[in-house]
Design a protein around this ligand. Sequence first.
Ligand code: BJ8
Length: 385
Amino acid sequence: MRDLPEIFDSFSEARRQGFLAMKSLKEQGYNVAGTFCSYVPVELFIAADIVYVGLCSTSEETIPEAEKTLPRNLCPLIKASYGFAITGKCPYMYFSDIVVGETTCDGKIKMYEYLGKIKDTHVMELPHTQNKETSRALWLNEIRLLQKKIEEKFNIKIDETKLREAVKKRNKERALLKKMYELSTTSPPPMTGLQQLQILYGAQYRFSHEEKIHELEETIDRIKKEYAEGSRPVSKKAKRIVITGCPMGGATEKIVRIIEESGGVVAAYENCTGAKQYDRQVAETGDPYEALCDYYLAIGCSVMSPNPNRLELLGRLCEQFSADGVIEMTLQSCHTYAVETRAVQEFLNNRNTPFLSLETDYSPGDTAQLKTRIAAFIETLQHRQ
Ligand code: BJ8
């Protein structure tokens, strides 16, 4: 039986070994779809038996190449995504038969125009308000248009039965990932925030549904068992942090590392790396298209205006995970998250929850500065009653 560190490492390994896994899937005849965002309804890919994958965008490696075309003053996630596309260094991008983008933020929308010259890129038009009938109608139509695109490109038919099965499959994965991160509601948590991130991030690169389910169940059981037997990887004194803001993983793990080296522990991720993707379920009854439309449109991303769902989820996580403080990670030049910082600050002030907002990019250049700010924040938490 594998021990826990081995299990955590296997999730990181899944991403590193992705090239071979993808190559083998392609050789078996699978089609591959690449995505960049939580708004893309992946159930359509599952229903069509298409392998889907989040595209590489968490490392600075290819940013200099991207900056030959894109402005330097652009979010690193967008530059990295494009950089990996033009250099062919991302195996997932390389093997993708189609890339599905979305009109979330201006930088991405314009980047997709260039990406479309290299890859077959289908862009879904995402409305930026959630509660208008017109928004709902637009998004419902966009889901149907994506289905049409998939059916035509791959010469397959997605019927309602397949779509309902896909909804159930993805819901099961969501439920298990939620169950896994909710283990960290205990005091102290049974895993570090880095280990939790390893699972959340790495699980995206397990391409077989059955293997993913099996591995998540095994992981949850092992974590529970070791905790019950007295294993305590985190100090009870560690200050409990909820992370919010832009998606994490790769280069931005530096923030989690610094928090955990400074006397804190990341108990929960509100962002797209965590609860934003896994907190809710798609309705399994009724019209599956409407269920997908309602589920995805309600994601609380800062590209929505207004965006009450982010605050609702954040407040709930603070409560559930007994947060001592919230740290926001905003990527440089991400205007929607940067503007929303003030609303998050006010919301948390009203709850009397300490808040620190950090802006960063994918380079290690600001590590010393981040250390100073995070250490000072955690120090203040240690002096609160
Ligand atoms: S649902 S968080 S994955 S858009 S690319 S908005 S960082 S400037 S990633 Fe995101 Fe979907 Fe929202 Fe989640 Fe800012 Fe950069 Fe734009 Fe970004």
